[in-house]
Design a protein around this ligand. Structure first.
Ligand SMILES: [Fe+2]
Length: 388
């Protein structure tokens, strides 16, 4: 194995088998000079892969990690560059109760940073049964629960919660924080900013972008900037709506007709199996969710349709808390663009949008998610009682 690949190896991937499986590239970006950094990897299913972020914040005599990522050798090497300058990892925060993609790296990360205090969002749950923390690989001796046991670095951050909301199998909750000195708001999944430029991490392997930039399985994967942007736009639609309105699944006969063509019989092209058929005007779906040059700030579309339909008030209450940070300048979420210019006005715009008629309009693109929500509700999986 070449040295580069060894650094990217993550042996625990069968626990949560997401693309790129055991071979995760990590990049380090500086978000706020000498104060905040981002470590990014790609996670996804069947090439519907989007970047996921662990945020590193400089705290008193060390560093705090928000939203753990799997600690590949490459990730630890990158972190060590920061540790050498700013001091050791003092705190690891898992601020989400429901986002499995943010939890999966925590046990291994906590073993790498043996002295770090671990803070968890209340109400962690594992499916199908609730297991004790140590069983999940989280060392209970140095683990504390946000709010119940206080909050970390309380002088430098204001901590507050979105939710909890009852999901039946568990809860939806995320804990956000405002960092006074950089005037930065940190969230996990609830707010995102999406723009048309493919994230930097795809420069190392643009395959997921090129895979989706095609119309049929017998088309080769061609690497041009235009194709990368087209593929990125489609990945945004997948991750926002699961099944976008302008996407059809062709009949099996048609899929097989274009599969297994010469030169495409490899894992990279999934042997030409491409079970997607986009309508000609598919790009019209992007208007609502993707900004061209600057990120479009929004409540994450999947949460908007799956979690918040009955709990608008909880969402508004949370945004009103955010609105108290009068000098707020930036937003750093765990997905998509960061940092994003984000002020009190942007927050107020979100509140107004949620209160407007537009919020309840059912777009073609959201039909799949809404039907999924209805189905889960009918089956009793999403309970009638929303509060915990
Ligand atoms: Fe997430």
């Amino acid at each position: 194995m070449v040295e580069g690949n060894k650094n990217k190896k993550w042996n625990w991937w069968p626990l949560f088998p997401l693309y790129p499986y055991g071979n995760k590239k990590t990049i380090l970006r500086e978000l706020i000079p000498s104060q905040i950094w981002s470590l990014e990897q790609i996670q996804g299913l069947y090439y519907v892969a989007v970047p996921i972020r662990m945020t590193v914040v400089k705290v008193e005599s060390g560093l705090m990690l928000i939203n753990p990522l799997p600690p590949t050798k490459e990730l630890v090497n990158e972190l060590e560059k920061l540790i050498n300058i700013h001091g050791k990892v003092k705190t690891i925060v898992l601020p989400s109760a429901s986002g499995l993609e943010h939890k999966i790296g925590l046990p291994a990360l906590s073993r790498v940073f043996k002295d770090a205090d671990i803070w968890l969002c209340p109400g962690q749950w594992s499916f199908p049964i609730n297991l004790p923390l140590d069983f999940l690989g989280i060392p209970s001796k140095r683990t504390r629960i946000l709010f119940e046991d206080g909050t970390p670095h309380g002088d430098a951050f204001k901590w507050f919660s979105l939710g909890p909301l009852n999901l039946g199998l568990g809860r939806y909750q995320e804990v956000s924080c405002f960092h006074y000195s950089t005037r930065t708001l940190h969230v996990t999944d609830a707010i995102v900013g999406i723009d048309s430029t493919p994230p930097e991490i795809f420069n190392f392997d643009p395959t997921p972008l090129l895979f989706h930039s095609r119309e049929r399985g017998d088309e080769p994967l061609i690497d041009t900037m235009e194709q990368r942007e087209k593929g990125w736009a489609r990945l945004i639609l997948f991750s926002s709506f699961l099944k976008p309105g302008k996407l059809n699944i062709p009949p099996l006969k048609k899929i097989l007709k274009y599969s297994f063509k010469k030169d495409l019989c490899d894992w990279r092209s999934h042997f030409g199996i491409y079970p997607f058929m986009w309508e000609e005007d598919w790009e019209s779906s992007l208007v609502e969710i993707m900004g061209k040059d600057s990120p479009k700030i929004q409540i994450a579309p999947v949460l908007k349709k799956l979690i918040f339909p009955r709990s608008k008030e909880v969402l508004i209450k949370w945004l009103e808390n955010i609105n108290d940070f009068k000098d707020m300048e930036y937003l750093i979420p765990a997905h998509f663009t960061a940092p994003i210019k984000f002020t009190k006005e942007d927050c107020q715009n979100l509140i107004e949008e949620i209160n407007s008629e537009k919020w309840n309009i059912l777009q073609e693109d959201s039909k799949f998610l809404i039907n999924l929500y209805k189905k889960l509700f009918e089956l009793g999986i999403i309970p009638k009682e929303v509060n915990i």
